[in-house]
Design a protein around this ligand. Structure first.
Ligand code: SF4
Ligand code: SF4
Length: 117
C-alpha cells in the first residue's frame, strides 16, 4: 500500500499543473496592435486568471476598488495583445471581450460594467 500514496500525490500534482498552469506560454505568431481588449471592471472579482494565462504583458490590477469591493483588472498595455482569446475563454465572470480593431473603432463589447477611469 505504501506505493499508492506517491502515485496519488503525483496524479494530483499533474492535475493541479494542468488546471493552474503558472508559467507563461510563449506568444503565438499573432499580430500585436490589432486587438481591442475590454474589461467590464465593475463585474471583475480580481481572480487574476486573465493575467495568468495571457502570454504577453497586457493586464494590471487597479489600486482602487470597484463597485463590488475588489481591486479589478484593467487593460494597461492593449498594444501587446496578440488576440489569442485565452483571457476571454477563462474569465469566470464573462468580464472580458476581445475583438479585431476596426480601423480605430472598437468592436469589443462587454454587456455590463465599464472602465473606472
Ligand atoms: S487575447 Fe487576452 S490573453 Fe490573449 S494576448 Fe490578448 S489580452 Fe492576452
Ligand atoms: S479573469 Fe475576469 S474576473 Fe478574473 S481578474 Fe480577469 S477580468 Fe477579473
Amino acid at each position: 500500500m505504501s506505493f499508492v500514496l506517491p502515485i496519488l500525490s503525483a496524479g494530483c500534482k499533474i492535475l493541479a499543473m494542468a488546471l493552474f498552469k503558472t508559467e507563461k506560454k510563449a506568444p503565438k505568431a499573432g499580430t500585436a496592435g490589432k486587438w481591442d481588449v475590454v474589461i467590464g471592471e465593475d463585474m471583475c472579482k480580481a481572480c487574476g486568471f486573465c493575467m495568468s494565462v495571457c502570454p504577453v504583458p497586457v493586464f494590471e490590477y487597479r489600486t482602487v476598488t470597484n463597485k463590488i469591493g475588489w481591486f479589478p483588472m484593467y487593460v494597461k498595455h492593449e498594444e501587446n495583445c496578440i488576440g489569442c482569446m485565452l483571457c476571454y475563454q477563462i474569465c469566470p465572470d464573462f468580464c472580458i471581450d476581445v475583438a479585431v480593431r476596426d480601423e480605430g473603432r472598437s468592436t469589443a463589447r462587454v454587456e455590463q460594467g465599464h472602465a473606472l477611469n
